[in-house]
Design a protein around this ligand. Structure first.
Ligand SMILES: O=C[C@H](O)COP(=O)(O)O
Length: 349
């Protein structure tokens, strides 16, 4: 069996691509390839049109996507490498230390053992996680450890995972993370604003957070497992995008239910609706509990089938995951040797 991995194995999108924008209304691209979402005014009328969410239809769609999926052999290896390239390699533990963060960063810089790199015919420099995601106190350490690697540093910076400190405190935390060198900021929304349908207040908070980020990209975590209904998920997604989110993200990893495919599908459909309304491409980050290579393939298929090939790039798609890389490495080893090794052979931090 050939083990050469080709980008082409990811293939073109099988679905009709999103409609092309006309020259008149297409946002101007920026240096990194896509125009950054500037947000828009809070449009309750537009949100009203998104209110109806049919859970069983979403579940049927997810079932058909995951049932039809058949990615084998070399193709599977190429898709798994894509999952790594779209990963925010994460450590968000109460016992994190600078040493642990440094070890995680070293893993991000060299994610695969030499025998796997050589066996797959890839260079370790080319396939790396897009970012390392840490708590604010470890931003400077991660920036130092990743210097020159091209790997971004993401910080969870607004009283993660609950978001329940005064707004001024949360904004100061964002500013401190940006000052320390974070170029991506993952913020959590206070879920109570959703339960109270306090959309204007939620919008205003996220607008302030976007301003505090400056050039750093803003990922807005909804904490979907806490939001009770898919309708709430859809509406909170729309508010976040209208307020200027660069990405919307499912979960903190600390809710009792984290990233699930039906919830992800609802958020992806909101991204599609926002694109159709504004022409801006918003990224998506499922996070929390995604720990197996198989699960990562389900998410990649969902993105490709719902939004198209463009959303399989790290500027528009990320996994937030602490242990997924270990399982992917094991699967790649199996692809090469036919054997699985123990997790400790693929050391993380
Ligand atoms: O944002 C990322 C999540 O906290 C990671 O969750 P996980 O540890 O379940 O992979």
């Amino acid at each position: 069996m050939s083990s050469t991995i080709r980008e082409a194995d990811l293939g073109p999108s099988k679905i009709t691509p999103l409609p092309a924008r006309t020259a008149a209304n297409a946002p101007a691209p920026q240096a990194h390839g896509i125009a950054r979402n500037p947000g828009m005014k809070l449009d309750l009328g537009f949100m009203e049109s998104m209110r109806s969410v049919n859970r069983s239809a979403l579940e049927r769609r997810v079932a058909s996507l995951t049932k039809r999926r058949s990615i084998k052999a070399d193709n599977q290896a190429a898709w798994l490498l894509r999952a790594v390239a779209c990963m925010d390699l994460t450590t968000l533990n109460s016992n994190d230390t600078e040493e642990r963060v440094r070890r995680l960063c070293a893993k991000a810089v060299n994610p695969f053992r030499r025998d796997i790199v050589e066996g797959l015919g890839i260079t370790g420099e080319k396939i790396r996680p897009a970012a390392v995601c840490v708590y604010h106190p470890f931003v400077a350490t991660a920036v130092d450890a990743l210097r020159g690697s091209g790997i971004h540093v993401a910080a969870v910076s607004t009283a993660f995972p609950h978001g329940l400190t005064p707004l001024s405190t949360r904004l100061q935390e964002i500013e401190a993370s940006v000052k320390d060198g974070a170029d991506e900021i993952d913020v959590v929304i206070p879920r109570g604003l959703v339960f109270g349908a306090k959309w204007q207040e939620l919008y205003n908070e996220i607008v302030s957070m976007r301003a505090a980020c400056g050039e750093a990209h803003l990922k807005v975590i909804l904490g979907t497992g806490d939001l009770a209904t898919l309708r709430n998920v859809m509406l909170a997604s729309m508010v976040a995008m209208m307020a200027g989110a660069d990405f919307i993200k499912t979960s903190t990893g600390k809710e009792s239910v984290n990233a699930t495919l039906p919830v992800g599908l609802a958020m992806v459909r909101a991204i599609r609706a926002y694109f159709e309304e504004t022409g801006y491409l918003i990224g998506f980050k499922p996070a929390g509990g995604i720990s197996t290579a198989k699960a990562s393939l389900d998410w990649l298929v969902l993105m490709k089938e719902e939004l198209g090939r463009r959303w399989l790039e790290p500027d528009l798609f990320r996994f937030g995951a602490s242990s997924l890389l270990t399982d992917i490495e094991r699967q790649l080893e199996h692809h090469l040797t036919g054997h699985y090794s123990a997790n400790h052979r693929h050391a993380m931090a």
